[in-house]
Write a protein that binds this ligand. Structure first.
Ligand SMILES: Nc1ncnc2c1ncn2[C@@H]1O[C@H](COP(=O)(O)OP(=O)(O)O)[C@@H](O)[C@H]1O
Ligand SMILES: [Mg+2]
Length: 219
């Protein structure tokens, strides 16, 4: 299915290690499966997404745009070039540093782990999204299904702050191992875990696609 209008998804969280880069890669690869033109912007100084992209090589790799230092400018340039989905990965830092990326977004995705530190850090990004009137949603990442109570209370807490994507992403070694080979969880060699990853990334993508499309229509 082709996206008629460009949509910009920004992955943001003031906490490092919440899954921004992994999720950017998985979602971008998933978006390509719809036949859409997909571009990446790596606005993170450690350039983890760029490293993943280099390892991936061709084919089936989204276009990587050279980051100019201004996410708004980069998103506009990619829109003008006809990219339909633009993913921007950001630095885990003080929110001031990601404010411009949030401005560029049609939808901000905030990956969050089931940890008190992540949950507290989530508030800062939400504040900025609200300030700029940018739609956002949480994705609970790296969950351990054995800790049902933790997951439930994290979801309840996040729901007070804003929308939570209904499908959570489980903790799976394939997410970590695939990235180091330029792949994504759903493309991992371990077929059982890859299938589990594909199902959850697919479900998360369906929600994000709908939310981003609704956000663009509402503009
Ligand atoms: N769902 C997951 N299951 C297992 N490991 C994960 C998952 N998501 C992320 N990781 C691992 O956690 C670490 C941090 O993820 P990363 O995407 O780099 O986060 P961020 O970009 O927010 O700093 C990486 O080593 C990554 O492989
Ligand atoms: Mg990162």
């Amino acid at each position: 299915m082709l996206a008629p209008k460009p949509r910009v998804i920004v992955l943001a969280a003031s906490k490092g290690g919440s899954g921004k880069t992994s999720l950017t890669a998985s979602l971008a690869v998933r978006a390509m499966k719809d036949g859409a033109r997909v571009a990446l912007v790596d606005a993170e100084p450690q350039k983890s997404l760029t490293l993943w992209w280099s390892l991936r090589g061709k084919p089936g790799n989204p276009f990587l745009h050279a980051y100019s230092g201004d996410p708004v400018e980069d998103a506009d340039a990619l829109k003008a070039e006809g990219y339909q989905w633009i993913f921007i990965d950001t630095v885990p830092a003080m929110v001031e540093h990601i404010e411009r990326a949030i401005e560029a977004a049609d939808l901000v995705i905030i990956p969050t782990r089931v940890s008190a530190f992540d949950l507290v850090a989530a508030r800062a990004v939400v504040g900025f999204c609200k300030l700029h009137g940018e739609p956002f949603a949480f994705v609970l990442n790296a969950t351990d299904p054995k800790w049902k109570k933790g997951i439930q209370s994290a979801i309840a807490m996040l729901k007070k702050l804003g929308p939570v994507v209904p499908k959570s992403i489980r903790h799976r070694t394939v997410y970590a191992s695939a990235i180091t080979a330029g792949k994504t969880g759903p493309e991992a060699r371990d077929t059982k875990e890859a299938k589990g990853a594909a199902d959850e990334i697919g479900a998360v993508w369906t929600t994000i696609r709908k939310m981003a499309s609704a956000a663009v229509r509402a503009k």
